[in-house]
Ligand binder design. Structure first.
Ligand code: FE2
Ligand code: FE2
Length: 242
């Protein structure tokens, strides 16, 4: 993993003439696009985007398009899902938030392992972060499965006017408890990473990991809020009136 600082191009340099390292340093979310195209933004971060695409035989326009879409993505999140009817909210959560976790967790896992292996010797908190992450990842996989196979189908059935398939208080209490555990793991990750702030000399993977964990925290907080404060109370009301 390279520790050479990023060289920044003058302001206004087109994306294709900027180095992939500086593009990620500027907006860590771009690391997702580079990983999808298998462009190394860490050790080969000094290459311009044009060079990196040429070496991989990639159509540069396709990569630029994805980088621009990554920017637009953040703007789209503005719509308010709390106004959706319960069955649509459940579908929204699966598509948006469960989808986010299924894309992000494997990517963050790889980076957390790499950063712990390379830097964990002198920064043991990175090894502790990896272990917390692995535990949280396993819990989340199980949690999403329970929501998608038990609780959310019950919400959909009740929305169609069918009676509640059994008592929902137990499954809801279990989900809320698991949310608390995820919340504690995120708080510990935040504490160990000093608010997801990488050291000044951190390499690009280290930075991308911390930025990714910060995004994970933001997304999970939103996700858990939608379930605890909107979907689950609506499910309880439906269960009581069906
Ligand atoms: Fe969920
Ligand atoms: Fe949940």
């Amino acid at each position: 993993m390279s520790h050479r600082p990023n060289v920044f191009s003058p302001p206004g340099t087109p994306l294709l003439e900027s180095t992939v390292g500086e593009l990620v340093a500027e907006r860590p979310g771009r690391s997702r696009v580079f990983q999808a195209f298998n462009i190394d933004f860490c050790c080969q971060g000094a290459r311009t985007l044009r060079e990196a695409c040429e070496r991989k035989g990639l159509a540069a326009e396709a990569v630029v398009e994805q980088l621009e879409a990554e920017l637009a993505d953040k703007a789209v999140a503005a719509q308010n899902p709390t106004e959706l009817p319960p069955h649509e909210l459940a579908a929204y959560i699966v598509e948006t938030h469960h989808g986010f976790l299924r894309r992000e967790l494997p990517r963050l896992h790889t980076m957390a392992e790499r950063v712990a292996r390379v830097h964990g010797g002198h920064t043991p908190s990175l090894v502790e972060m990896l272990n917390i992450f692995i535990g949280m990842e396993a819990e989340l996989a199980d949690h999403l499965m329970k929501e998608e196979q038990i609780l959310f189908p019950a919400v959909v059935a009740m929305s169609r006017g069918e009676p509640a398939p059994g008592d929902l208080d137990g499954p809801i209490a279990c989900m809320v408890h698991e949310h608390e555990e995820v919340g504690s793991a995120l708080a510990r990750l935040r504490e160990l990473s000093h608010g997801f702030q990488p050291p000044a000399d951190a390499c690009n993977t280290y930075r991308a990991l911390f930025a990714g964990l910060h995004d994970l925290e933001v997304d999970l907080h939103r996700h858990i809020h939608l379930e605890n404060a909107v979907l689950f109370p609506a499910a309880r009301v439906m269960a009581d009136t069906r």
